[in-house]
Design a protein around this ligand. Sequence first.
Ligand code: SF4
Length: 491
Amino acid sequence: MQSKIAHAAERKAFSVVLDKIIASASGEDREKNIDHLIDMAEKLLKDTSPGAIRGLRKGLRPGSKWEKFLFSVIDETDPHVLKTAILNGGYEAAFRGLRNTTANADKYQCNVPWIILFDPTSACNKHCVGCWAADYGNRLNLTYDEMDSLVSQAEDLGTHLFMLTGGEPLVRKEDVLKLAEKHNTSLFNIFTNASLVDDAFCERVQKLGNIVFSVSLESYEPSVNDGRRGDGSFQEVMDAFDRMHKYGLLYGTSTCYTRANTERVSSDEFFKLLIEKGCRYAWYFHYMPVGEGANADLMPTVEQREYMFNRIRWVRSVGDEGYPIFAMDFQNDGEFVGGCIAGGRVYCHVNARGDVEPCVFIHYSNANFKESGNWLECLHQPIFQAYRAHYPWNDNLLEPCPMLENSGLLTQIVDEADAKCTEYVTPESAADVCARTKPYAEAWAPKAEELWLNMYPDGKKHYEDAMSQEKISVKAKVIAEEDAQNEAVVD
Ligand code: SF4
């Protein structure tokens, strides 16, 4: 593990280089300075996403859509926000965080996530059709001290990227701001309905610089969006986008695609609206039939999932087609993160009751942070160790999920770990959930195989770097050697 002195020196060095790069990419002849920017990104992403660098070099051609995207991010984002987001999200989380969590995973023999999702509250100020949150109200909350303790302990293990979900996290606006202010080397991504984003809040976020937003949006048509989310919700989101843009903040959208809306939420009209409103990214989440009101009939059809697979890759392509927005599909993009990221391998979720769950969609656990107070102890819980023992369960990373596409595996993991259901409203067994997803898994399997073999004829994902396929122990050894060399330079 890197010492505090070496870490501070390295962060400072990144900060200085970043200042120069942002300045040169803002001035005249900035096209010529793009190469420096890519060189820096290469250093930051070499462990997490080496393939992205090849994409960056190809995508950032003079006059390309991605070059225009980059320049608009630089021109329209507040300089402090931009620098802090890159330093905390790029350097601390993606680069240093990945190295430290890998070293600690080997040291403590458990998964150590480099992203943590947590719910400050179960409360929400909206009453969306089909959502339990408003009815559940503010009965469940992580106190400020609990969130502070979670983030502090996680940072000590190397985690510097936190995503706040809920409920509506901004119901706890003051605590969220206090947390971001204290933990100023971490990046906080808030998943929000945006209705509580006002000028005063934006001004404070601008000063902090380490908060970005993923805003829920379900249509480019106000009536469709408001049909589920309530009258006036669409306009509230548009107003919030304008406000966040005025203060130079970074934001995108979060959208669940279902059998009822897949084409609409990935339409040209939808992307054009997001780009016009200054969104930089668009998260897509495949509908998961879990929890209160779960409805297997809302899962996308095989044709719709294939459409999303092709559509999202087309939207963010490095060629001239597509749109200048970074679109991501949590389910179909599994191949870029080695498949399922849950159980602390890359991320995990803490709900507002303190239950530490493998994934925001997997509601089983043996550990509660409120009761334990010890994050490392929570990471050692049996269900995380079962995930660790079973991973990887599939060569085809278009079938990443132990619940959705590998129906039955979740039951095995939950049974082995003797994990308890953490559903707030209606507890259900993993076997019942898997029974619901089984027909989907069987229908998707042949198409997943066809798509996968088209990309990887021998059925295996091939990584460009030497590290991705190595065991944690090998990666940790390489990281320790590199850090020792860097320490010697600092001395
Ligand atoms: S458990 Fe399923 S939804 Fe969650 S990260 Fe793994 S593959 Fe994705």
